[in-house]
Structure formats: structure tokens, C-alpha cells
Design a protein around this ligand. Structure first.
Ligand SMILES: *[C@@H]1O[C@H](CO)[C@@H](O)[C@H](O)[C@H]1NC(C)=O
Ligand SMILES: *[C@@H]1O[C@H](CO)[C@@H](O)[C@H](O)[C@H]1NC(C)=O
Ligand SMILES: *[C@@H]1O[C@H](CO)[C@@H](O)[C@H](O)[C@H]1NC(C)=O
Ligand SMILES: *[C@@H]1O[C@H](CO)[C@@H](O)[C@H](O)[C@H]1NC(C)=O
Ligand SMILES: *[C@@H]1O[C@H](CO)[C@@H](O)[C@H](O)[C@H]1NC(C)=O
Length: 945
């Protein structure tokens, strides 16, 4: 035997085998039809562009073998096209040649905003049509109603709405999505079992209620989330086979209809993000097939019925953000009959639940997610908590929990990754050498009492930690060296409002940590060096001293990612160094209330993203440098309480066109108020008080759009619509607070309130001439202070037009004539000072004007109530009421209306938070956590009010 013959023998066997295979194959499945192959090739050709997007669709081989093509194995006709996620481009009408096509999946492709082609309605054999998330927009063609065999129609478009647009706009019709004018065609789909039109705008289809009544009872799955619906379609009552019902994110305002509870096959019922109100019927217990029940974010009230316990298949219960009350222990008890062992996710956050947590928590063997935060639950955390061995995420924050939480409470929590429990009166007692059974990614212990009160050593074991917040936990001591490196994942750390002290030489040089909140501690020494990856740094309200030089100028070659920097309220001194070139990402810089001297450095002009700059209350001086005009993103510029001088530059008006708040208060500016300032059409707060400004008030005032129109105000009314879907918390790009100090009360305005605040303060200058009539066109101004100037002439007769005015101070000028009678219509006015002018005559009669104290009017020749001078007696020639106690300096000293800005609470931006969102591992818990950060950043804090 030689090698040759072996090879020959082998080859011939192989050939036979191959031939057999081919024959067998031919027997088993017919090759595809020529005309259908041509149709597919035409389809491929019509798919846009030179990209070879369907590479397998080529050559002479059997087209039934092409990717995504399924033929009938007997006839060889193409029956199915599975083309999800495969291409972008068009849909070719050549599909019409596939007469036997019953299944067409084009989901998750990019059809680039084209309409759904009406010829799809001629694919008579279709039973399955999936066009979801494929960037179709415009009217859904009624021809789809001819697909009488259709069982599945999926037009779900939420992905694209969320990806590209603001959700609210979508329903306003301003962005692209699918829509319909009539839904009549749907009644043709008599075999329909699955219908998903989520995120199509159905609000214009007046007939949809009637039409959904004609849907066949076959329907098993019905998804109309975010369709702009105001009513629940009654026709659902007849869909007795319904298993999945999703109506979330509509405007449905009714009680939950009783007939819903008769749909005994329902497995998933999602009514979240609507306006359902009233109590939940005990018939809830009739939904015995239910697995997933989601009533989040409605206005449901009353108790959760006990019949919940009948739902033995329930794994997910979500009723957060309602007005439910009752005792949490009763809810837990009602479960424990037979269903508690099934529950995997329990979400009851943001209700009014009270009572204690049951100590039989361990019945919930499969519980993975437990969200009870923001209720009024009291008592201790029961030790049985430690037996929830499946628990992955828990949120119990913002309740009234008390007592001690010890290591025992975590005994079996080996899977725990998120522990979110701020805002209770809990004490955590651990031994320094505890080795926790879990590896946390998120730990929030704000307002806890730590025992011992120092940074817990066991944190070192948490190498996966991404977010750590221990705000206001009374911990003291220095930051230990291990702390800088224990988790390479750490991205968010908040140790604000503690008693940490000592020097902080470096901050997390090796970690990826990008937001660091260490404000309101007792750190001292010079500022730390910061890793170039940090995005938010808050070192405010400590005792850092020394200069800013090494902080900004060291290692200056590397570009920094820092976007938000708070160093305010420290003891920093020296000049602001001219080293901003590598800090181009900075959006917020707060250096206020330090001892800084010198000029504004030139390189600040590189900060093109700089939006908020707070330099208030330092010793800065010099003229405003022209390079600042490159920072066109400014929204808030607060230079108050310094020694800046010169004229107010024209470029502020010309270049800084986004400014909403401009405060130059208490400096040494002189000269006229440039008419260019009037170009600041977004300006809401203009404070030029306490300078040496002279000349007249500019007549062009009327150009201050934001003060003259209510556009801002209407923009903020989004809450009445209750659309509230998805991440509306991140709605606003700017998060900033200003503080208005009014009548001695300090009010911190969160972003939303700031949008509403409008104020003009020119007091304590040498402004002369008349008050221009144009001022009265700023009808949305809430506060006007022109006191202590040299203004003369009359009060503008149309003053009464400024109907939102709450505070008006014209005192200590030389105004003459009578008080404009129209002022009697200023019904919101709560502060008025007209004292020390030359006003004469009778004070106009209105409930409002007479309600002020005499001191509002003294120092004039006025008569009538509230003054005791009787008009008829005096014939209008009253000597001024002498009240020297309240003479000249009264206003100056107290500054009864005194606007100060940006004292803090300015941290985040959407952009920063957005990156948090992208970077943190996503989960419900994290989402909540982010919401809580946003709330914090929002600081809609009216705590002193
Ligand atoms: C089908 O295609 C695969 C590769 O795409 C190939 O290996 C196989 O031989 C083909 N079968 C037929 C019957 O054409
Ligand atoms: C044809 O396909 C169906 C479904 O895939 C299968 O059940 C059947 O056995 C196949 N028939 C032949 C002849 O291969
Ligand atoms: C749809 O059906 C109607 C009749 O039911 C017919 O008049 C119409 O031409 C059909 N449209 C298409 C696109 O097939
Ligand atoms: C349900 O179907 C019955 C019988 O077909 C009909 O009379 C009734 O009006 C339907 N109910 C609704 C709400 O459409
Ligand atoms: C739920 O079931 C109970 C007992 O079977 C019944 O009395 C009640 O009417 C049912 N509720 C509804 C809404 O049908």
C-alpha cells in the first residue's frame, strides 16, 4: 500500500459523501424561487448607499440560505424575513413579489425619519409585522388595515423618542414620531393578538376610543404607552384573553375601572405615570394570574388592599409615588400568606406609609429589590433583614427609622450591591475589622450616626464601590491614606458636612473618581492637588488657605476635565492665577467669600463653557477685562462686593447674550449705564446697586424680554400636564441657585424658582432724570429698587401695569407729583417704599396701598390713610411728617431688599449628571440615587422661608 492509493480512496469516499449530501438536501428543502431571489436582490439594491449591508444576499447559491431569509421547506417560497438590527436605508416595494411572506421583522433599523410605506398594506399574507424603533415618523398608513391576517403589529417607537428628543415635545407634536389621524383601519385587523403602538401620538385620533372597542377579543397583548391618551379604552374590557396591558405614560385621569380586575389572564398590568386616582379596589385580588403589577406615579390613595395576598404569582409590585397610606407592616402581613415567597421586587417609595417594618421580612425569600424610601416608616430595621439573602438593592431612605443597625443586619446579604438609606435616625455600629459579606456598588448613609464616628475601616473591603455618600454623619478625623485607593471604581464621593479636618494633600490621584463633594468640613492647609479626571470638586466652606497658584498651575500641561469647582467660603488669598488654559471644560467656578486680590486673569477668556462665575465678596479690583467677552456662555456673572471699577463695559451687552443674572453690586463702577445692556434679553436679575453710576436710566429697558414676557413662567408650568415620564428630573440644563435676601429672610431659589425670579436693583447710585415710562413694560418684574438716587419727575402713570410687582422701592429720590393712581391695582405688592421724595396729594385708595405702614410714605407731602394727615383739612399742602429716626440712613444700613447671588448650592449640570448616568452601572437603584442627587443639586430649598 502506498500513500497515493490511500489518498485516492479517501477522496472518492468524500466525493460520494458530498454528492449524497447535496441530493439529500435537495430532497429536504426546495431552493428559492427565481422571482423571489430577484425581489430580494432588488431589495438589497434599493437599500441605500454603497455599503454592502446585506453581504450574504449575493451569488447563485440558494437564497433561502441568505441571512434573515426563511423559506417554506416544502414549497421554497420565502415566508419570513428577519431583518432586525441589520441596516439603514429604505424599504423596497420589491417585497410585494414575496407573495407568501407572512413574517416581516424590520425592527431597530434606521429608516431615517421616513413614513411607513403604504404598500406594506398589500402584503396580504403577513401575520407578523414588526417596525418598532426603526425611526419611522409621520402618519401610520391606513392601508395596514388591509392586513387581515395580521396577528402581531409592533409599531413601538419609544426608543427613538427617547434617543433623540425631549419627551414632552413629542406629545406637543413638535418632534417626530408616528401619529394617526384616524384609527378606523385597526378594526380590519380581526386576527390581532399583539398590538404595540407605544410612543405613537394618538391624541389626534378622535375615533380611537370607539375603534379600540372593535378590536378582537383575541388580543393578548396591548401596549399603548405614551400615546397621549386621556381615557382608558373601554374595549379592553372585552379582550378577555389579555395577558399584557401597558398604558403607562398617558394622561389617563380616572379611577382604575373595575372591569380591569375581571381580566383574569392578565400577567402584566402597567398603568404607571398616569393620573389614576381613588382607592385600589379589593378586587385586585381577582387578578390571580398577575406577575407584574405597576401603578407607579399616579394619584392613588387609601390602603393597599389585603387581597394582594391572593396574587400568588406576583413577582413585581410597583406602587411608588402615589398617595397610599396605611401601615407597611400590614402590607407585609397580607403578603405573607402564600405570596411573599414569590416576590422579587417591591417598590412602595414616596407614599405616606407608616408603621414598623415587620420582623418577618425573611419570608420574602426571593426579594431582590426593596424600595420603601420617602415614607413615614418608623421603628428599627428588624434583624430579619439580614436574612434576605437574594437582596440586591434596597432603598429605605427618608423615613423615620431609628435604632441601631449592626453587622448582624447584613449577615446573609451576600448579593447586596446598593444600600441607599439617607435621612433616618439610624446608627451604624460596626467593628473596625468587620469583613462585610457583600461587595457594594452604592452606599448612601447620609445623616446616619456612625459608631465609631470615623470613616469605617471596612470600606476598604468594598473594592467595587462606585458611589459613596456619607454626608452629615458626624464623622471626624483626617482622611486616612487607604481611603484614596480602596476602590478603583469610585466615581462619586460625598463626605460633606462632617467634621473632617487636617490637610488634604492629594485627592484620589489614582482612582477614576469624578465627583467629589467634601464641602462644609474643617479641612485646612493649602488646596489639594486634583487628579485630572475629576469632574466636580466641592471644597467649599472649610478653612483652606494659601493661594490658588499650585492648584491651577501645577502640572499644567494636562487638560483637565473639571467642570464644576467650588472653593467658596474658605480663607484663600492671593491672586487668581493666570493658568486657566488647561481648564477649558469648566462650567461653574465659585470662588466667592475668600480673600482674593488682584484682577480677573486673562486666561479666564479660554473658558468658553463657563456658565456660572461667582467672585462675590473678595478684594478683586481693576476694570472688567475685555477678554471676558469670549465667555459667551455666561448665565450668571456675580462680581458683587469687590472693588471693580471703571465703566460697565459695552461688551457685556453685546457678547454675553445668555446672561440671566448680572450682579455688579457694591463695587466702584461709574459712568452711565450703557444702553448696550438692554441687549441682554434673557436677563432676569440685574443688580447694579451700590456703585457710583450716574446719568439716566436707559430708555431701552423694554428690551429685557425675560422681564417683559412670561415665556419663562409658562415654560415652568410643565407640572400641570403631568407628563413626567422617564427622566424628567434631568429636564433642565442649568442647576443653580441664587439667594434673594428679602426683608431679612433668606430664600434660596432653586433653579425653577430662579427662573421665576425677576429683579431690577439700581439703588444707591447717582442716577438722575426721570424714571422712564418704558420701565412699566417690564410687567413680569417682581422687584424694583431705585432708591437713594437722584431721580426726579413723576412716578410713571402706568406703574399699575407691573402687576407681578411684589416689592417696589423708590425712596430717597426727588420724585414729585402724585402717586400714580394705577398703583392701586398692584395686588401682589407686599413691600412698598416711597418715602423721602416730593410726592404730594392723596394716597390712592386700595386695599393694598392702605395696608402698608406709614413709614412707606413719610418724608413726602402726602395725605390720606395710612397717614394720619387728613386730605380735606390740609388742602393738599401737608408739611412732611418728621420722623428723623427713620431718616436717610435707614435704607442704607439695613438694605431691606438686598440681593445677593450664588451663595452656594451650585453644583451640577445636566451634562455632569448625564455623564453620571452613562458611567454608573444602570439600575433602578442608581436611577433613584441620581434623582436624589439631582434633588440635592436642584436645591429647591426654601428652608428659611
Ligand atoms: C448555506 O450557507 C453557509 C454559509 O453561509 C454554507 O456553509 C452552506 O454550505 C450553505 N448551504 C447551502 C445548502 O447552500
Ligand atoms: C419544515 O419546517 C417545519 C417547521 O420548521 C418543521 O416542523 C417540518 O418538519 C419541516 N419539514 C420538513 C419536510 O423538513
Ligand atoms: C385595501 O382594501 C380596500 C377594500 O377593503 C381596497 O379598496 C384597497 O384598495 C386596499 N388597499 C390596498 C393598499 O390593498
Ligand atoms: C363587549 O362586547 C359586547 C358583545 O360583543 C358588546 O355588546 C359590548 O358593547 C362590548 N363592550 C365594550 C366596552 O366594547
Ligand atoms: C372579584 O371576585 C369576587 C369573588 O369572586 C367577586 O365578588 C367580585 O365581584 C369580583 N370583582 C370584580 C370586579 O369582578
Amino acid at each position: 500500500m502506498n500513500m497515493g492509493s490511500t489518498v485516492v480512496r479517501f477522496l472518492s469516499i468524500a466525493t460520494l459523501f458530498t454528492i449524497c449530501l447535496l441530493l439529500c438536501n435537495a430532497n429536504l428543502s426546495a431552493p428559492c424561487k427565481q422571482n423571489e431571489r430577484q425581489a430580494l436582490l432588488k431589495f438589497k439594491h434599493d437599500v441605500e448607499g454603497p455599503l454592502n449591508q446585506l453581504p450574504s444576499w449575493a451569488g447563485e447559491g440558494d437564497c433561502c440560505n441568505w441571512t434573515g431569509v426563511v423559506c417554506d421547506n416544502l414549497t421554497g417560497h420565502i415566508r419570513e424575513l428577519h431583518l432586525a438590527d441589520t441596516y439603514s436605508g429604505k424599504i423596497s416595494p420589491s417585497l410585494l413579489n414575496l407573495k407568501h411572506l407572512s413574517y416581516l421583522d424590520l425592527s431597530n433599523n434606521d429608516f431615517q425619519g421616513m413614513q411607513i410605506p403604504s404598500f406594506l398594506g398589500s402584503l396580504k399574507s403577513l401575520r407578523y409585522l414588526n417596525l418598532s424603533n426603526s425611526m419611522f415618523v409621520g402618519l401610520i398608513p391606513h392601508q395596514l388595515g388591509n392586513l387581515t391576517s395580521l396577528q402581531v403589529l409592533d409599531l413601538h417607537g419609544c426608543q427613538q423618542v427617547q434617543d433623540s428628543y425631549d419627551y414632552d415635545d413629542h406629545l406637543e407634536g413638535t418632534t417626530d414620531s408616528l401619529s394617526v389621524e384616524s384609527l378606523q383601519w385597526i378594526s380590519g385587523l380581526s386576527k390581532l393578538q399583539h398590538l404595540d403602538m407605544s410612543c405613537a401620538n394618538l391624541s389626534k385620533a378622535s375615533d380611537w376610543l370607539r375603534v379600540t372597542n372593535t378590536l378582537p377579543s383575541l388580543v393578548e397583548s396591548f401596549h399603548m404607552s405614551a400615546c397621549g391618551l386621556y381615557h382608558i379604552p373601554g374595549g379592553i374590557a372585552n379582550m378577555t384573553n389579555l395577558k399584557f396591558l401597558d398604558l403607562q405614560g398617558n394622561y389617563i385621569s380616572s379611577t382604575i375601572p373595575k372591569w380591569l380586575y375581571r381580566l383574569s389572564h392578565l400577567q402584566s398590568l402597567i398603568l404607571s405615570y398616569n393620573l389614576f386616582h381613588g382607592e385600589i379596589s379589593s378586587s385586585l385580588g381577582n387578578l390571580t394570574s398577575i406577575v407584574n403589577l405597576d401603578f407607579d406615579s399616579n394619584q392613588l390613595a387609601g390602603n393597599i388592599p389585603n387581597s394582594l395576598g391572593n396574587l400568588s404569582k406576583l413577582t413585581t409590585l410597583a406602587m411608588s409615588e402615589n398617595n397610599l397610606n396605611g401601615s407597611v407592616s400590614e402590607i407585609f402581613e397580607s403578603f405573607s400568606r402564600c405570596s411573599s415567597g414569590q416576590i422579587e421586587s417591591l417598590s412602595l417609595s414616596s407614599n405616606n406609609l407608616s408603621g414598623h417594618l415587620t420582623d418577618k421580612l425573611d419570608h420574602f425569600e426571593k426579594l431582590r429589590l426593596l424600595f420603601l424610601d420617602n415614607n413615614s416608616i418608623s421603628g428599627p430595621l428588624p434583624p430579619s433583614f439580614g436574612n434576605l439573602s437574594c437582596l440586591e438593592a434596597v432603598a429605605i431612605g427618608d423615613n423615620n427609622l431609628t435604632g441601631v443597625v449592626s453587622q448582624q443586619h447584613f449577615t446573609n446579604l451576600t448579593r447586596l450591591v446598593e444600600f441607599d438609606a439617607p435621612g433616618n435616625s439610624l446608627t451604624l455600629e460596626t467593628t473596625p475589622h468587620w469583613l462585610p459579606p457583600f461587595q457594594l456598588e452604592m452606599l448612601i448613609l447620609d445623616s446616619w450616626h456612625l459608631e465609631p464616628s470615623e470613616l469605617p475601616m471596612w470600606l476598604q473591603s468594598q473594592t467595587q464601590l462606585v458611589a459613596l455618600s456619607m454626608l452629615n454623619t458626624r464623622i471626624s478625623g483626617t482622611i486616612p491614606t487607604w481611603f484614596c485607593n480602596f476602590s478603583s471604581q469610585l466615581q462619586h464621593i460625598d463626605l460633606s458636612e462632617n467634621k473632617l479636618y487636617g490637610e488634604v494633600p492629594h485627592i484620589f490621584p489614582s482612582s477614576r473618581c469624578f465627583d467629589i463633594f467634601l464641602g462644609s468640613n474643617q479641612f485646612n492647609g493649602s488646596l489639594p492637588l486634583v487628579s485630572s479626571k475629576v469632574g466636580i470638586l466641592d471644597l467649599s466652606s472649610s478653612s483652606f488657605s494659601g493661594t490658588l497658584f499650585h492648584f491651577f498651575c501645577n502640572n499644567s500641561s494636562k487638560p483637565k476635565t473639571l467642570r464644576i469647582l467650588r472653593l467658596d467660603n474658605n480663607l484663600l488669598s492671593g491672586k487668581i492665577p493666570d493658568c486657566f488654559r488647561n481648564w477649558e471644560r469648566l462650567e461653574v467656578v465659585n470662588l466667592e467669600s475668600n480673600h482674593l486680590i488682584g484682577n480677573i486673569p486673562r486666561s479666564l477668556g479660554y473658558l468658553l463653557s463657563l456658565t456660572y462665575l461667582h467672585l462675590r465678596n473678595n478684594h478683586l479690583h481693576g476694570e472688567l477685562p475685555p477678554y471676558l467677552k469670549k465667555c459667551t456662555a455666561f448665565i450668571i456673572l456675580d462680581l458683587s462686593y469687590n472693588k471693580f471699577l471703571g465703566k460697565i463695559p459695552m461688551w457685556i451687552g453685546t457678547n454675553l447674550s445668555s446672561l440671566a443674572v448680572l450682579s455688579l453690586r457694591s463695587n466702584q463702577f461709574h459712568g452711565h449705564i450703557t444702553y448696550k445692556l438692554c441687549d441682554l434679553t434673557s436677563l432676569q436679575i440685574l443688580d447694579l446697586a451700590h456703585n457710583n453710576l450716574s446719568g439716566r436710566m436707559p430708555i431701552c429697558l423694554y428690551k429685557f424680554q425675560a422681564m417683559a414676557s412670561n415665556s419663562e413662567i409658562s415654560r415652568f408650568s410643565f407640572e400641570d400636564g403631568n407628563y413626567n415620564h422617564y427622566d424628567d428630573t434631568f429636564e433642565d440644563n442649568e442647576i443653580e441657585t441664587a439667594i434673594l435676601v428679602s426683608k431679612g429672610r433668606e430664600v434660596k431659589y432653586g433653579n425653577s424658582l430662579l427662573r421665576l425670579a425677576t429683579s431690577l436693583d439700581l439703588s444707591d447710585n447717582n442716577i438722575s432724570g426721570e424714571i422712564p415710562e418704558q420701565l412699566t413694560s417690564l410687567i413680569y418684574l417682581q422687584s424694583v429698587n431705585l432708591s437713594n438716587n437722584l431721580l426726579s419727575g413723576r412716578i410713571p402713570p402706568k406703574m399699575g401695569d407691573m402687576r407681578w410687582l411684589e416689592s417696589l422701592d423708590l425712596s430717597m429720590n426727588q420724585l414729585c407729583g402724585q402717586i400714580a393712581p394705577s398703583m392701586s391695582s398692584l395686588t401682589f405688592l407686599s413691600v412698598l417704599n416711597l418715602s423721602y421724595n416730593n410726592l404730594i396729594g392723596e394716597i390712592p385708595k386700595s386695599t393694598q396701598l392702605q395696608s402698608f405702614d406709614q413709614s412707606s410714605f413719610i418724608g413726602n407731602k402726602l395725605c390720606g390713610p395710612p397717614l394720619e394727615v387728613n386730605c380735606s383739612n390740609t388742602n393738599g399742602t401737608v408739611p412732611p411728617v418728621a420722623d428723623q429716626k427713620h431718616g436717610g440712613s435707614y435704607l442704607l444700613e439695613d438694605g431691606w431688599f438686598y440681593l445677593s447671588l450664588g451663595l452656594g448650592f451650585l453644583f451640577g449640570f445636566w451634562s455632569v449628571l448625564g455623564s453620571l448616568l452613562l458611567n454608573l452601572p444602570w439600575s433602578i437603584g442608581f436611577n433613584r440615587f441620581l434623582n436624589s442627587i439631582v434633588k440635592k443639586l436642584y436645591g429647591v430649598i426654601v428652608e428659611h422661608f
